[in-house]
Ligand binder design. Structure first.
Ligand code: ADP
Ligand code: MG
Length: 420
């Protein structure tokens, strides 16, 4: 366990002396963060998020309760031991950059080295290089953009190779482009096996974490565990390949547009390692690049990319095909559920829900929904729903897995006209 907090309270004296005025910034919080886990802390302003980060970072001591960092009870460390412990174990990234204004980017990074041991100019330069700022090394913070300053902070946070990264609203002050850069860096750190605790108010940013907790009045009010976000993106890629195949198109890497934390080409490399897909060099095979609509990802854009061919074609392995079948089945059943059973009319909402449900339905729940809907053969748009085990048991399975529906189901026809 990387971080363990047991029944921690942080009480600040209020405006006046006496109990009535005291502020319970943290009110009996217990939490364990695994080594290598990425935890997001959410919650309204004043709910105790920064207090929690400061305690984990040993910048402050709890009023009561225990905190273990990498097994060390931090209460037992003297002030100077604590400084050293912090410098070795923990890297901080704050919303306010806390850069020293009269030191250059390079000197700011070297200052962090100094706390650790010896300064090493070459190493500090390399750290700036890693965040794409080698050529800004001699600039003062005032001469750097917000995003660049944040990247200097990341270089500084990483200089001592900490195992734990604490980030308090790391993208709070950044524009979209710099936010993406910073989030990519956090992802890299996560992939390198570092533990990350990140405060954010943005649910989309929190989604990148493995787990999110919500603080309310100094207590953990709720917790949400995300299935690994990469896995979700893999599902999306599989779905995209499926959709292209279903429309008689080849899946070209350069053609696929799939949102997610990873660029598609990298996601596909990872999927190849996991045995879900195979890549092969683009042959001279005749294909049309016709426009194909994957409602989950909106249009795939052949027109915008002209007729240029992607470098690689992606194909399913049997394992990938099975997983794609399952995703498509969940998605199309969810569309049915929302249209048919829940009478949701708004297509956008139906798609949003279906795109969510395709990731979260368990096999049992999927089969229950399928049975409840009477084992439908097609989605509201008329595309076939792959049969599941429940359909076979119910005697509904015909070879519709890959077959195109010749007719659209009764309920489907109306929608199909509307939606196609
Ligand atoms: P968040 O980061 O979720 O906005 P904080 O942890 O900063 O919340 O603050 C939690 C509560 O503790 C707030 O009511 C805040 O005013 C109070 N607080 C934080 N730091 C101090 C402090 N140094 N002295 C007194 N009260 C504080
Ligand atoms: Mg805060």
């Amino acid at each position: 366990m990387s971080i363990e907090i047991i029944n921690v309270r942080k009480i600040y004296p209020g405006g006046q002396r006496g109990q009535a005025g005291e502020i319970r910034a943290l009110d009996g919080v217990s939490l364990a963060v695994r080594k290598g886990e990425w935890l997001a802390i959410m919650g309204p302003s004043g709910s105790g998020k920064s207090s929690m980060v400061n305690l984990i970072g040993c910048l402050d001591r709890p009023s009561s309760g225990e905190i273990f960092i990498d097994g060390q009870d931090v209460k037992e460390l003297s002030a100077s031991e604590l400084n050293r412990f912090r410098a070795e174990k923990i890297g901080f990234i704050f919303q306010q950059f806390h850069l020293i204004p009269y030191l250059t980017a390079l000197e700011n990074v070297m200052l962090a080295q100094y706390f650790h041991s010896m300064t090493d100019r070459a190493e500090a330069l390399e750290a700036l290089d890693r965040v794409g700022l080698r050529d800004r090394a001699n600039h003062l913070p005032a001469h750097l953009s917000g995003g660049e300053q944040q990247r200097v902070c990341i270089a500084r946070a990483l200089i001592n190779d900490p195992s734990i990264i604490l980030a308090d609203e790391p993208t709070g002050n950044l524009d979209a482009k710099n936010e993406e850069l910073v989030l990519r860096q956090l992802r890299d750190l996560h992939r390198q096996g570092r533990t990350i605790v990140m405060v954010t108010h943005d649910p989309v940013v929190a989604r990148l974490a493995d787990r999110s907790i919500e603080l309310h009045h100094g207590k953990i009010a709720s917790q949400q565990i995300f299935t690994m976000s990469d896995e979700m993106q893999f599902d999306e890629v599989l779905e995209e390949i499926w959709t292209l195949h279903e429309n008689g198109e080849l899946a070209e890497v350069g053609r696929m547009e799939v949102d997610g934390a990873l660029p598609v080409a990298i996601a596909i490399d990872r999927m190849e390692e996991l045995g879900l897909v195979r890549k092969r060099v683009h042959g001279a095979a005749d294909h049309t690049h016709k426009s194909v609509l994957n409602r989950c990802h909106e249009a795939i854009h052949p027109a915008a990319r002209g007729i240029e061919h992607g470098e690689f074609i992606v194909e399913f392995t049997p394992a990938g095909k099975q997983r794609a079948t399952d995703v498509i089945r969940r998605h199309r059943l969810a569309e049915r559920l929302f249209t048919q059973a829940l009478k949701v009319q708004n297509e956008e909402e139906i798609e949003q829900q279906a795109c969510k449900f395709e990731h979260i339905l368990s096999p049992e729940v999927t089969d229950k929904i399928c049975s409840f809907l009477g084992h439908p053969e097609s989605c509201p748009h008329g595309s076939p729903i792959p049969a599941g085990e429940c359909c076979e048991k119910a005697g509904h399975a015909d070879d519709r897995q890959t077959e195109k529906p010749s007719t659209i189901g009764k309920e489907g026809s109306e929608n199909a006209r509307l939606w196609r």
